[in-house]
Design a protein around this ligand. Structure first.
Ligand SMILES: [Zn+2]
Length: 134
């Protein structure tokens, strides 16, 4: 098992990069997905971010998934005889740690969402309503 501080450092980097990017998030450039996202719904529930627009959240969950996957990969490289069940258990455990870690940044993330995402969502909603109105 890798030392947890490494996981936390990488999660910290992922969240920091996402927070740096968040002001540039633009809802009008969101591409319509042909199939539902497999990553976001479960992360959204774990992180209590069900209300966050998918495009904004997706950038975070893909980074978190990448951190978890990389740690699983490194653990398997160090312990090549792990069973599939052990690898699944490791992935689940790391994912729970990642959720808990991000959960501790929840207030800071919520402030960033309020500052950078919410006004754009409101603006889009206002434009839609204006369109409907005439
Ligand atoms: Zn997604």
């Amino acid at each position: 098992m890798l030392r947890p501080y490494r996981l936390e450092r990488e999660l910290d980097r992922a969240v920091t990069q996402w927070l740096d990017w968040l002001p540039r998030w633009d809802p009008s450039t969101a591409r319509r997905r042909l199939s539902p996202c497999v990553a976001c719904p479960s992360w959204a529930i774990d992180l209590a971010f069900e209300e966050v627009p998918h495009g904004a959240l997706h950038a975070l969950t893909t980074s978190l998934d990448a951190v978890v996957t990389e740690h699983v990969r490194r653990s398997v490289a160090l312990q090549p005889f792990l069973s599939d069940e052990a690898v699944d258990g490791l992935r689940e455990q790391l994912r729970r740690e990642a959720s808990a870690w991000v959960g501790r940044q929840h207030a800071q993330i919520a402030r960033a969402l309020d500052a950078f995402v919410e006004p754009k969502v409101q603006h889009m909603a206002a434009l839609l309503l204006a369109d409907l109105g005439g």
